[in-house]
Design a protein around this ligand. Sequence first.
Ligand SMILES: [Zn+2]
Length: 155
Amino acid sequence: MDFDEDKIDDYTLALLYLVTHERHEGLGARAWKGFDWDTLNRLHQQGYLSNPVGKAKSVGMSEQGFLRAKELFERHFARKATVTTLPTFTAEARKRWDQIPDKIVYLDNVWCGQCRASSSTQLREGTMSGRSLVLHGTCKRCGGEVARVIEPVDE
Ligand SMILES: [Zn+2]
């Protein structure tokens, strides 16, 4: 069978998050290592895990490995409703937001001045500025601040 090793690495690392114990903030964690040997080795080579060779039933996770495991776990296994987190709105901004027919566009496609590109955005809040709705968030690529102004519709 021909399979996608990158995908297996991703899912395995995500599942390692589920069997993490002994989390040390900033210093990684340990995780039970009952997974495919070759996969664990690849994750080790990528710097996410300590060398899985040895009698211990668990393997060390680097801080980078733990954080990536957490991110992948949330991406692959969180229920959809919790994945798309809506920004918090002021009451007025909320009213305006509810009028927008094609909202998803704004969640996924905001110009980032730092990346100089259209980028996926984690929206944080929406406020009104005059009659325009302003969405504030962070660029998923560079982590920089982005804002998107949605002009009022003239009735
Ligand atoms: Zn950016």
